[in-house]
Design a protein around this ligand. Structure first.
Ligand SMILES: [Ca+2]
Ligand SMILES: [Ca+2]
Length: 161
């Protein structure tokens, strides 16, 4: 009888220990799940912060770019007006005005401006409507070629009339 009671007590103790171990395991699993959820939330917050910072940075860069482009166009219009106005008609550049502008503003990077033949080609290609003068829209269209010259690329104005 005594032995049976002892065995029952031992079994009960073992069951209690097993239950305690299971509870501890469940608590550990819950803690791990909570830690994983916290890590995921932190990662999501970091990603959102990075996206917000990137958007702010990108919008600042974009607005600076837009501002720079506007400033550049204004600066180009100023130069155009300065040279176009030399013969009294500030709406367009004559060949002489264009030559002076290229010589003054492009400097050694525009060697072709000193060659009368090349200058004639440049002028004729810039003068898209062939009215003998280069107006501001024609001038702006030719800026891609000038940008090439500024950047040291070969100045070779292809005329597609
Ligand atoms: Ca003029
Ligand atoms: Ca023209």
């Amino acid at each position: 009888m005594f032995i049976i009671i002892i065995i029952i007590i031992i079994i009960i103790i073992i069951i209690i220990i097993i239950i305690i171990i299971i509870i501890i395991i469940i608590i550990i699993i819950i803690i791990i799940i909570i830690i994983i959820i916290i890590i995921i939330i932190i990662i999501i917050i970091i990603i959102i912060i990075i996206i917000i910072i990137f958007k702010i940075f990108f919008s600042v860069i974009m607005s600076e770019c837009e501002c720079e482009i506007a400033k550049s166009v204004c600066a180009l219009k100023k130069v155009f007006d300065e040279y176009a106005g030399r013969d009294g008609d500030k709406e367009s550049l004559t060949k002489k005005e264009l030559k002076e502008m290229l010589k003054d503003k492009m400097g050694p990077k525009m060697k072709d401006a000193k060659d009368p033949g090349k200058l004639k080609d440049v002028f004729e290609c810039m003068d898209k409507n062939q009215d003998g003068v280069v107006d501001f829209p024609e001038f702006m269209m030719a800026l891609g070629v000038m940008a090439s010259a500024i950047n040291g690329w070969k100045f070779d104005l292809k005329c597609h009339k």
